[in-house]
Design a protein around this ligand. Structure first.
Ligand SMILES: [Zn+2]
Length: 192
């Protein structure tokens, strides 16, 4: 059984965030190194688009978290926590956050993308041109890079989609090249 089938079975084939039944796909909860069933959520296009593009967020859509924040799945809780943090200035998300309880480990994971941190406290990642990088961005390599611990060379011009940021280090991002998960230094990438 593939990951998609496993997620469909776990969720009863609905978006694990909002309950939608259409446009469902796998959302790997960043940092993608977690991966797999426990690190993924079955979510609809609407949810995924808004998670990945903060500018497109419709706060009312996320009223669904009222239910899904109680999910038994850590991955779902992590996404709920991040979205509630992003929206907390609306008021009601803060109320939900106050009710939410995450195990230390899960909270650590939830914080891994910098969501929930005050401004100034956040580690800011910038590409070779100084543009701010965010989780889910796509970048292109501006030089050939040796991949640590393997004989692979990631070629200049290679696109890396859906990067995730190292929350502790502004110089590192992670992403997949040729199906392999690698760490990349921000000064060698250009935002697409
Ligand atoms: Zn959804």
């Amino acid at each position: 059984m593939g990951l998609l089938e496993e997620l469909q079975e776990r969720s009863g084939n609905i978006c694990e965030l909002c309950g939608a039944t259409e446009g469902l796909r796998i959302y790997e909860v960043p940092p993608v190194s977690t991966g797999g069933l426990d690190g993924s959520v079955l979510a609809c296009d609407t949810c995924i688009t808004q998670i990945e593009d903060p500018d497109s967020v419709d706060a009312n859509h996320w009223r669904c978290l009222n239910d899904s924040m109680w999910s038994e799945q850590d991955a779902v809780k992590v996404v709920a926590w991040r979205m509630l943090n992003r929206l907390k200035s609306e008021g009601w998300p803060q109320d939900l956050l106050d009710m939410m309880y995450l195990e230390d480990e899960v909270l650590e994971w939830a914080k891994a993308t910098g969501e929930g941190k005050e401004e100034g406290e956040q580690v800011i990642h910038r590409d070779v041109n100084g543009l701010i990088l965010e989780n889910g961005d796509s970048v292109v390599l501006v030089k050939d890079l040796k991949v640590k611990g393997s004989s692979m060379v990631a070629k200049q011009g290679t696109a890396v989609r859906r990067i995730s940021l190292d929350r502790d280090n502004a110089e590192y991002i992670e992403g997949k090249v040729d199906g392999q998960h690698i760490v990349i230094i921000t000064k060698y990438v250009k935002k697409l």
